[in-house]
Design a protein around this ligand. Structure first.
Ligand SMILES: Cc1cc2nc3c(=O)[nH]c(=O)nc-3n(C[C@H](O)[C@H](O)[C@H](O)COP(=O)(O)O)c2cc1C
Length: 185
């Protein structure tokens, strides 16, 4: 009977999407949720880049693959065993968050904005998955090219990305690990 709590409980990561593009109104709702987020000293150190250019996402995916294949296979996500694995799960829209490198809380603030966007998406019937893997593309030789193509401000670095769309997979939300709580009273 509480829509906020219901939305938090219902959200889960979706890894398959219909090609249906988001409406402009949906995009604006997600961006407002991001911008409404709290941030340390209200610095709002983030920048949101809404990407619907599938050719660019394909190129970034390729760079993530190149970098990930350099890693020890034991440290690599098992998803890379599938040669068709797309780090963006073919989502019609991916929101990249970049944030001011000099800001001490840039990753924390980006994470909070990221979750606000995910919850907003869930509340309007869209699905999301938070994406840390694209970070590898910014270790690639094409990193500067990607930063420019994604219109990151000069002072900013990649912090996180979010794939958004109409989900086509069905899995219940994860079970909470209730043993990870202590009370000191
Ligand atoms: C910081 C962060 C980075 C993540 N990066 C990825 C990613 O690159 N690819 C992916 O498939 N899932 C990624 N996830 C999603 C997690 O795997 C997912 O949240 C977790 O398994 C719990 O499942 P749930 O979101 O369905 O509750 C990421 C989540 C977080 C919080």
């Amino acid at each position: 009977m509480n829509q906020v709590l219901d939305t938090i409980a219902a959200r889960r990561s979706h890894r398959a999407y219909a090609p249906t593009q988001l409406t402009e109104e949906q995009i604006q709702i997600l961006l407002k949720a991001g911008m409404d987020s709290p941030s340390a000293v209200n610095r709002q150190p983030w920048h949101f880049t809404v990407v619907q250019n599938q050719a660019l996402l394909k190129e970034i995916n390729q760079a993530v693959w190149e970098e990930t294949m350099k890693q020890n296979p034991e440290n690599r996500s098992p998803r890379f065993a599938d040669p068709n694995f797309d780090v963006f799960y073919h989502a019609p829209t991916v929101i990249f968050i970049s944030a001011d490198k000099e800001n001490y809380w840039n990753h924390m603030d980006s994470g909070i904005a990221c979750q606000n966007i995910c919850l907003a998406a869930e509340s309007i019937g869209l699905g999301t998955v938070i994406l840390g893997m694209p970070r590898a593309a910014f270790q690639n030789e094409k990193a500067d090219q990607f930063r420019k193509a994604l219109l990151f401000p000069e002072t900013h670095e990649f912090t996180i990305a979010i794939a958004v769309g109409t989900p086509t997979d069905h899995k219940p939300a994860h079970l909470p690990a209730t043993d990870r709580i202590s009370f000191v009273r």
